[in-house]
Write a protein that binds this ligand. Structure first.
Ligand code: NAD
Length: 299
């Protein structure tokens, strides 16, 4: 299958590579020349522009940071024409970015008028899941379009859920990430407390992982440097899931909560803490670096 892949960041790059290794014919693009160079060196065919990737593509996949990037890509911005004008009718578009459900619905509705099918398919599983091809996809859109996408999604993920109509994948994703944002702060707070009392963070992490405090952050993404070799904490919080991306997701969940009049007090507090952490200059670091806000000076 010929696949256009746009957005080769921490997630998109490894996802595109998995499709390439599975034997699909890829044409990939990122606005960052560094990202293009990095994945070209790993064998990914790189096009000169997003528009050039869609020539002859049966499936178009985008993996961009936020709503504004997805809006700009599909509807155009400034001099740049929107990709929807270039994509032939009959093509399937899979947008895996985490964005506002309203933006997903806007893209899906405009595309449908041109005979292009769109599903929103945000992911969970982190950069480790993207590399291993074990992501969880949360899909919004028509069931038939999900079935068309399934063989492609299966090369990048291990779990595929149909959350509902267009935008529903995004709603599921912001519920999940609100919980993840809260869990990472709670986990960091508990670890910082233990360490301030002289406990070994490796031992405390193992105790809590196997006790009632066990959660994904302790299993896969320990925020304390040196506890888990593979976590961003042990790589000076480089790569992974940026604090500013978590802040964006918590903003989306709070906006949504206001719209449907849901009560999300911990989501609101978590958003304020990540905002303070970002303002302190840590926006580009992995979100688990939020532990720095909670560590005593002795740590
Ligand atoms: P990233 O910032 O590492 O990568 C995004 C890439 O998109 C960048 O390389 C950027 O240059 C590129 N880009 C932006 N606009 C573009 C355009 N118009 N055309 C081409 N390229 C463009 O972000 P990421 O960590 O890969 O995350 C991507 C999305 O996935 C975000 O919505 C994020 O919230 C979500 N997500 C991330 C993780 C994670 O662990 N990093 C996990 C799940 C979901």
């Amino acid at each position: 299958m010929k696949i256009a892949f746009i957005g080769l960041g921490n997630m998109g790059g490894p996802m595109a590579l998995n499709l390439h290794k599975a034997g699909h014919t890829l044409s990939a693009f990122d606005l960052s020349a560094d990202a293009c160079r990095k994945f070209a060196a790993e064998g990914l065919p790189i096009a000169n522009s997003a528009a050039a990737t869609v020539d002859g593509a049966e499936v178009v996949i985008s993996m961009l940071p936020a709503s504004a990037h997805v809006d700009g890509l599909y509807f155009g911005s400034g001099e740049q024409a929107g990709l929807l004008e270039k994509i032939p009718a009959g093509t399937l578009v899979i947008d895996s970015s985490t964005i506002a459900a309203a933006t997903s619905r806007k893209v899906a509705e405009a595309a449908a008028k041109r005979g292009i099918a769109v599903i929103d398919a945000p992911v969970s599983g982190g950069t480790g899941g993207a590399i291993a091809g074990t992501l969880t996809f949360m899909v919004g859109g028509e069931e038939a379009d999900l079935e068309r996408a399934r063989p492609v999604l299966e090369k990048m993920g291990a779990n595929i859920f149909h959350a509902g109509a267009a935008g529903a994948g995004q709603t599921a994703k912001i519920c999940n990430n609100m919980l993840l944002g809260i869990l990472m702060i709670g986990t960091s707070e508990a670890l910082a407390l233990g360490v301030a009392n002289g406990l070994d963070p490796k031992v405390l992490s193992e105790i809590m992982r196997r006790s009632s405090g066990g959660n994904w952050a302790l299993e896969k993404y320990n925020p304390m440097p040196g506890v888990m070799e593979t976590s961003p904490a042990s790589k000076n919080y480089a790569g992974g899931f940026g604090t500013d991306l978590m802040l964006k997701d918590l903003g989306l969940s709070q906006e949504n909560a206001a719209a449907v009049r849901a009560s999300t007090p911990l989501g609101g507090l978590a958003r304020s803490l990540y905002a303070a952490h970002s303002l302190a200059g840590h926006g580009a670091q992995d979100f688990s670096s939020v532990i720095k806000l909670l560590q005593t000076k002795a740590n």
